[in-house]
Structures are given as C-alpha cells and as structure tokens.
Design a protein around this ligand. Structure first.
Ligand SMILES: Cc1ncc(COP(=O)(O)O)c(C=O)c1O
Length: 346
C-alpha cells in the first residue's frame, strides 16, 4: 500500500514544471565551477533576484541551507556571544528552537500563546512583561506558528516590534503563503534589529533543495558577515529556486487549493463531537482530540497508509497536526477520521 505522508509539513503537490525543467538544462560548468556572482559585487544570482523582489540592497539578503540553517546562524551569532544568553520563544512552538539554543548552551524562556475559541492568540502584554523580566538576547516570533497555525496580526506585530528594540528579533515566516512581499520590505526597513526568515521548502515544494533566506535590518552586521560564503552557494539549488520564483501562477493556484482544503478540514472535522480544529494560516491544521483516542486513531490511519503527526509534547499531547496534502489526499484523511469516529465511538 502506498503511504501518504502528511506529518512534516511538506508540499505534496510538488514543484512547478519550470523547476524540473531547470534541472534538466543545467550545464556541466554549473557542476564544476564556483559561482562568479561575486565578480559582479553580489553573493549569488538568487540573493540578487531576492533583493530585486523585496526592493532592498543585496547585502541585506542572506542565504542558508534551508530556514533551519538561518535560524542556527542567528543563534550561533547572537546567543553564544556571552554566558547565560537567552532566547525567548512561544510556549507552543517548533521543538527545534529549544534544541538550537541548547547547542550553544543558551537558555530558552517562553511566552504564552493562549488557546481561544477556535485559534491560538498572543497575549502581547504578558509577552512584554516576560521580555522585561528575562531580558532575552534574541526573540523568536513565528507567523504562522508551528504547530498552532495562527499568525500574529499586523497591528500586534508593530506594537511589539516598537517595544522590543533591545533584542534581536526573528520573524520566522517559513509558512508564509501569501504573494504579498511588500510587508516584509516595510518591516526590515523600519526595524534595524529584525531578521525575517523564509524558505523555499513549504509553498514552493522544494524542501529537498535546502534553500532558505533572511532579510535583515540595518543593524544585523555580525550575522551578515558570518553568513557570507566565500566560495558561493549551491548553484543547482539556486537555479531551481529562481525557476520557482518565475512560476507565480502555479504556486498561486496551489496556495488557493490549500486554503480551500484548510477550510474543509475546519468545517468537516469540527462537526465531530469532541474534535476541535483550530484556524490556521499555514499548510497544516492542529486538531485536538480526546487523549484516549490518540493511539487507536493513529493505528487506524496507519493501516490506511495515512501518516500524520500525533504530537507528544507536554503542552500539546492530545493533538495531531495534519499537513494539508493534495485535494485527493485531504479527502482521504477527512473520510478516514470520520469513519473512525463512526465505528469507534458507536
Ligand atoms: C517554524 C519552522 N521554521 C523553519 C522550518 C525550517 O524549514 P527549512 O529548513 O526546510 O527551510 C520549519 C520546518 O518544518 C518550521 O516548521
């Protein structure tokens, strides 16, 4: 039986045909010769193209081996500088944030995301209170946030950024699925300590090529310096990412299908008693079920070849996170969960 993987927030539609075409037209020099972009005064063709897209200078676009690498670069630059350095993160967040702080013996402290009627919300004043007490070196905000799927509103973000001036702030936008790029430009131009991190892994269905990028404010000097790679970047990955940026219609169509299917999960699974689906702005939904049903439901779905993420962190331990797959895959998951509840709870 073919397995359907919906547990790591990958994009099962796959990349645009132009991305695949870009691979077949790679010439031998791309394999054997370092990039010559530096001769033109910039890091790479991709950073140059991103700079044009976001209308900022190329030196303020940093490239990494996925967003993961850039998150690590931030931590390694700004956390291990002094002993007892601190990272402030949401209490519901990607488990990996704590891990990368641990790697440099940094301490992580948390601010709450509060469960509302159908989504998680920020308690901005509480966050600021914790910020004042903890005095973190770096603050992470993920929008949309993994695993809760909620975003921070524009007004909340501005209110916060106006008050977090003494720390480096990372806005992790790995799950940014909108075509609006102007907001990012506005933010990094206004806030000198801000680092916005994005990736080609999620919307562009290019997790395997490992390309992420950061747009940085004017005071992000150390990271900018350390991030530069003397011998350049992966030229094949760059070509594929450039092709993805051209495929605007293809990705707009996927984003639209995903938005519709996210609504479908929300309406269909919320009809089941004791199942709560949270609103999400990402390519996944968080679903709360009764704790006792976690194992039997997981087994039921695995038997049908449906692999979704059953959370085991203390703060979300009766929850599953379902990656939005293709339309056909999503219907299968919804049908299977509905069938489980009909048979199991009768
Ligand atoms: C919140 C968040 N940020 C960043 C990443 C890293 O993505 P990548 O390294 O593939 O760009 C992930 C991956 O799942 C994630 O969930």
């Amino acid at each position: 039986m073919e397995k359907i993987y919906l547990d790591r927030n990958e994009n099962n539609y796959g990349p645009s045909p132009e991305c695949l075409e870009a691979v077949t037209t790679v010439t031998s020099d791309v394999f054997s010769i370092y990039s010559n972009a530096y001769k033109s005064g910039y890091k790479s063709d991709l950073s140059q193209r991103l700079a044009e897209e976001f209308k900022i200078s190329e030196d303020r676009v940093l490239l990494g081996y996925g967003a993961e690498d850039l998150l690590k670069q931030v931590i390694q630059t700004y956390l291990k500088k002094k002993k007892k350095s601190k990272l402030l993160i949401p209490d519901h967040s990607w488990w990996y944030y704590k891990e990368i702080a641990n790697e440099v013996k940094g301490k992580s402290c948390e601010y709450p995301l509060v469960e509302g009627k159908d989504s998680y919300e920020y308690d901005i004043e509480k966050l600021l209170e914790i910020y004042k007490n903890e005095k973190p070196d770096v603050v992470f905000i993920a929008s949309p946030n993994n695993p809760t799927g909620n975003s921070i509103s524009h007004d909340e973000l501005i209110y916060l950024l106006d008050r977090l001036g003494n720390s480096f702030v990372v806005l992790d936008e790995a799950y940014w699925f909108s075509s609006n790029n102007e907001r990012a430009t506005e933010l990094v131009n206004k806030y000198p300590n801000l680092i916005i991190i994005r990736t080609f892994s999620k919307l562009y269905a290019l997790a395997g090529i490992r390309v992420g990028y950061a747009l940085v404010g004017s005071k992000i000097k150390r990271m900018k310096k350390l991030s530069n790679r003397y011998l350049g970047y992966n030229r094949i990955s760059e070509k594929i990412a450039l092709a993805a940026m051209k495929s605007v219609d293809y990705y707009n169509d996927i984003a639209e299908k995903m938005r519709n299917d996210r609504d479908l999960y929300f309406t269909e699974l919320n009809k089941i008693e004791n199942v709560k689906v949270y609103k999400s702005d990402a390519n996944f939904v968080l679903v709360k079920i009764e704790k006792d049903l976690m194992s039997p439901l997981k087994e039921f779905l695995v038997e049908k070849g449906l692999i979704i993420k059953f959370m085991d962190e203390e703060i979300v331990n009766s929850h599953m996170r379902i990656t939005i797959g293709t339309q056909e895959q999503n219907r299968k998951v919804i049908e299977a969960i509905t069938e489980f509840y009909k048979s199991y709870t009768q």
